[in-house]
Design a protein. Structure first.
Lengths: 335, 335
DNA sequence: TTGAAAGCGCTAACAC
DNA sequence: GTGTTAGCGCTTTCAA
């Protein structure tokens, strides 16, 4: 069933059918109804390819994320996908993994598919070396690129980020204020946002004269789902004689690892060990005591990101970078 | 850059370029190289719309899931998306929510986009009433429809499921064998797979003559992320005077809710309360003690689903329904 | 082994 | 308010 069939059955030209299809005003109510009737009768739907060929847009946005099974990223995808649809756009999802080459080729693939824009979810898409970010600027030459929780200054690239530095700074300050001074920083990523978080912790510790040598920075490199491995890492640290009464984690799962460590060592929480997590995910309430965590307002970020993208696609001038504040949500793992 | 530009620069016709592009044999090595050189030089990539117009396929599979922020579904999506890409297919993701009308319209949208197949992730897409499943058979008239963890007997619909009945039956038997007889069944879904699970529990209880009135079946209807609410529901039950020493949950998050309940009531786990979860997700290890749970081999299911889909798309005869066995993974919440 | 040309189904500029 | 027609970029016969 094509537009020709419809035009024939309705006794009009294909142009008229097309006008009806696209909601043009220049059609009389009578013919409009006539055409619509035929369309409904035959359950006709226009061919998206043909439409795309002419318009060179498919009303589709490419979403890239490293790993959709990561709680935080999954949630972001959920929000983004919904809000896109509300705006009449579809989404193609690409789970790229953490390898640069794969990211670059996924990007190309999306461009090939003629997406109207690309959203990079998570900060791991931005690299230290400028040349490693070339795949992004290459893409942004074709379509707008949106970064969620990452930032990059380049034409046609827009960033929406949570103020991780301040969130971490505030959280650290709060813990110090509560009387804990030997605070371990437990993290798993040195991405854009990872660095901001770390810097926030350092700034607070330094300000209070508590910054010691590197052993209070613990980088975890295992699977983001393997809580026991996280706990083990802290246990090894303890065995080495390094003691701490506070843990600030860059992710809720790491905080759970710290909690598990505390339990296994027979520590009282939060008296012997205070813990703060990050993301305020569902994980905060699945443990005992419940986790104090930083809420970085993911839904707000996503909403703003989509609003910005829609603005860009309509040709409006939009802010290149937007920063939202996080919020510390206190629960049982802090005093 | 179009095929015309390339043909001009290479000094051949567009047909020859097209042949090179599509790996036809009927091109001399010399012209092939000539064309390839130009293509590489200009970083030309064919326009997917134009190609799709002629071929009427975009090498794209539609994935529908109710909620990509659900741990289990997110993981499934991750596997599926990766395996599709490995087969040269892209995916369009639609998070439909749990409303039938939205599901149906998402389905239409995917058909409109000319996807080559549709994968329904999760059992909530199948309804009791046959007429409510019409949107599936409508779609399967156009493209193959794959069901993950749901089953339906219709032309061009293929099902890959975990044997939830047996898994639950075995788990229940195991708990009874360990000496626990007052076992509460805690569930949140009456979907296809939800029913199978429930039936497994019932069958085991009945066989042992332990089936009592309905109060041992607890349906939770809140958010899948709200562990405290799950615990509360059990607390209310307890307050009503209903006692139980075992909980079998249809999902790990519900099991965590039971665990939280146990803690708050001061029960020893597993001595006073045994708990078994379902899915063997990352949640099993984030609590203390760790959760005994049923592994339903999600990655295997996904792999098989994709293999089947690829077979169908190639025109091969493929199995309409495949069933895999789950496995009880014992941890600290059971004796 | 190669080229010419006819679609694929739609949109939009232009003519009436 | 409606119709005619020229593309959009590619694949695929059919001829040569």
């Amino acid at each position: 069933m094509t537009i020709y069939d419809i035009s024939e059955k309705a006794g009009v030209s294909i142009a008229t059918v097309s006008r009806v299809l696209n909601g043009s005003n220049n059609v009389s109510e009578k013919t409009k109804k006539k055409v619509l009737d035929v369309i409904n009768q035959y359950e006709y739907t226009p061919n998206a390819f043909a439409r795309g060929l002419g318009l060179n847009t498919m009303k589709t946005i490419g979403i890239m994320c490293a790993d959709s099974s990561d709680l935080y990223l999954a949630k972001a995808i959920y929000y983004i996908e919904q809000k896109l649809r509300a705006n009449g756009y579809d989404s193609i999802l690409c789970c790229t993994g953490y390898d640069l080459a794969t990211k670059a080729s996924s990007m190309n693939l999306l461009i090939t598919k003629k997406v109207d824009g690309i959203i990079l979810v998570g900060s791991n898409f931005i690299y230290e070396k400028e040349e490693d970010n070339k795949y992004i600027t290459d893409a942004s030459a074709q379509v707008p690129v949106m970064l969620l929780n990452a930032a990059m200054d380049a034409p046609n690239v827009y960033s929406v980020v949570s103020d991780d530095f301040t969130s971490m700074y505030d959280a650290t300050m709060e813990m110090i204020r509560s009387g804990v001074e030997d605070i371990l920083y437990f993290y798993n990523s040195t991405s854009y946002s990872g660095k901001k978080k770390l810097a926030g912790y350092r700034a607070a510790m330094e300000e209070k004269g508590l910054l010691t040598n590197g052993s209070f920075l613990q980088l975890y490199q295992g699977s983001h789902e393997d809580i026991p491995a996280m706990a083990d890492q802290l246990k090894k640290l303890h065995a080495k004689g390094i003691s701490f009464h506070g843990v600030i984690a860059a992710d809720d799962s790491l905080a759970l690892g710290a909690l598990k460590y505390g339990r296994e060592m027979g520590l009282r929480i939060p008296e012997d060990l205070s813990i703060i997590g990050y993301n305020n995910s569902m994980l905060v309430s699945c443990c005992d005591p419940e986790l104090t965590s930083i809420d970085n307002k993911l839904e707000t970020l996503c909403q703003h990101l989509i609003t910005t993208l829609m603005g860009v696609l309509e040709g409006n001038e939009m802010p290149k970078k937007t920063v939202f504040s996080g919020e510390l949500v206190k629960r049982g793992t802090t005093k």
